[in-house]
Design a protein around this ligand. Structure first.
Ligand code: SAM
Length: 320
C-alpha cells in the first residue's frame, strides 16, 4: 500500500519478462503525478471513446474508465502475460474495459474512431494509425523522444484532412514502444580496444549539452540514432573524472568525451563513419544560434507520409 500511494513509478517487469537478468525496465506503473499530468493533457470527456496504448497494470485504464465510461475504453498491451494480468485486475476491481493483446503501433481499428488516444509508452515516430483512428478534433497524447533524449509530452490535435499537429511540453521519461527502442548494448561491447580513432580537444563541457533539458532535446532532434552513456571513473556518480560515450548502435560509430579534474579542455576521440561528437557540437551550436529555444517551442506534424518536427511554426521544419 505504501508503494501504491507513493508518488513514484514502480517497475513491474524487466527484460520483456524473458528472465535474461540484463535488467532493462520493460513495464511499470507510472508515477501518479505524471499520470495526472497526461490525463489533464488528454482531457477525456464523459462518453468519449478512448484508446490507450500500453495497458501495463491497468491502473491508467481504470482512471480512463472512471472518466469516459468503462464501455468506451480500449487498451492495447503487447505483452500477453501483462495483458492477461491487467484484464483480470480490471475485472476484479469493477472496470472491465476492453483489454486487447497486440501491437499498439497499429492502434485498434475495430474500435475507431476514437476521440482520444493516449500512449503510455514513448515513441520516436508517431504511428500514423493513431492519427488515422482519431476523429477530427480529437487528441493524441504521447511521450515522445529521441535516442539521445528520453522525451517530452507531445499533444496532437487531429484535423479533418487526416493529419495532426501539436507541441511538446513537460518532462516525461517513459519506456519505449517495443519496436521503437534504440538497441541496448554495453559500452565495452561497442567501444573496443582494437578500434582506430581520431583525437582532438574541445572547450565544450558535457554539462551544457547533456544536463540542459532544452539543449539535449534539440540535440536529439538534430542528431539521429545517437545514444549517450556517462561512465564515472570509480563507479561514483559524484566522481570528478568521467567519460561521456556517444554511440550509434546501427553503424558502430562512437565518440568519447573525457572530463578530468582541473582541465578546461576535454579530449575527444571519434571512431567510425559518423563523427558523433562533431554532429553533437554542430547541433548544440545550432540551438545556441536559434536563441536557446525551450522544448515547448518545438512542435510536430504527422501525415500519412511520416512526421516533421518544427520550431515555433509548422512552416519552419528542422532537419533531423
Ligand atoms: C509504462 S508501461 C504502461 C503503464 C500503464 N498504462 C499503467 O497504468 O500501469 C508501458 C507498457 O507499454 C507496453 N508496450 C510496449 N510496446 C508496446 C506496443 N507496441 N503495443 C502495446 N503495448 C506496448 C509495455 O509492455 C508496458 O506494459
Amino acid at each position: 500500500m505504501e508503494a501504491c500511494y507513493a508518488d513514484r513509478p514502480l517497475i513491474t517487469q524487466l527484460d520483456d519478462g524473458d528472465g535474461s537478468g540484463r535488467g532493462y525496465f520493460s513495464s511499470s506503473i507510472s508515477m501518479p503525478t505524471t499520470v495526472a499530468m497526461m490525463l489533464a493533457a488528454l482531457d477525456p470527456e464523459s462518453g468519449g471513446r478512448v484508446l490507450e496504448i500500453g495497458t501495463g497494470t491497468g491502473y491508467n485504464a481504470a482512471l480512463l474508465a472512471f472518466r469516459a465510461g468503462t464501455e468506451n475504453v480500449t487498451t492495447v498491451e503487447v505483452d500477453p502475460g501483462i495483458a492477461e494480468q491487467a484484464r483480470a485486475a480490471l475485472k476484479a476491481t469493477g472496470w472491465p474495459v476492453n483489454v486487447v493483446t497486440g501491437d499498439g503501433t497499429k492502434g485498434h481499428p475495430p474500435g475507431a474512431p476514437y476521440d482520444r488516444v493516449l500512449s503510455t509508452a514513448s515513441v520516436q515516430r508517431v504511428p500514423y494509425a493513431w492519427v488515422e483512428q482519431t476523429a477530427p478534433g480529437g487528441r493524441v497524447v504521447t511521450p515522445w523522444g529521441t535516442a539521445f533524449h528520453n522525451g517530452a509530452l507531445l499533444h496532437l490535435r487531429v484535423r479533418a484532412d487526416g493529419t495532426a499537429a501539436g507541441r511538446f511540453s513537460g518532462n516525461v521519461g517513459f519506456m519505449w514502444l517495443r519496436d521503437q527502442r534504440t538497441p541496448h548494448g554495453a559500452v565495452e561491447d561497442r567501444v573496443r580496444p582494437e578500434h582506430d580513432y581520431t583525437e582532438s580537444t574541445t572547450g565544450l563541457h558535457p554539462y551544457y549539452a547533456l544536463s540542459n533539458f532544452d539543449a539535449s532535446f534539440a540535440i536529439g532532434l538534430r542528431v539521429p540514432a545517437m545514444k549517450s552513456v556517462v561512465v564515472f571513473d570509480d563507479d561514483n556518480p559524484g566522481s570528478a573524472a568521467y567519460t561521456v560515450y556517444l554511440m550509434d548502435p546501427y553503424v558502430g560509430s562512437w565518440a568519447s568525451w573525457r572530463v578530468a579534474p582541473g582541465r578546461d579542455a576535454y579530449t575527444v576521440r571519434q571512431h567510425g563513419p559518423r563523427c558523433l561528437f562533431e554532429e553533437l557540437e554542430d547541433a548544440y551550436r545550432w540551438w545556441l544560434d536559434a536563441g536557446e529555444p525551450e522544448h515547448t517551442r518545438f512542435g510536430l506534424t504527422v501525415t500519412s507520409d511520416g512526421q516533421t518536427v518544427w520550431l515555433d511554426t509548422p512552416g519552419a521544419p528542422i532537419g533531423t
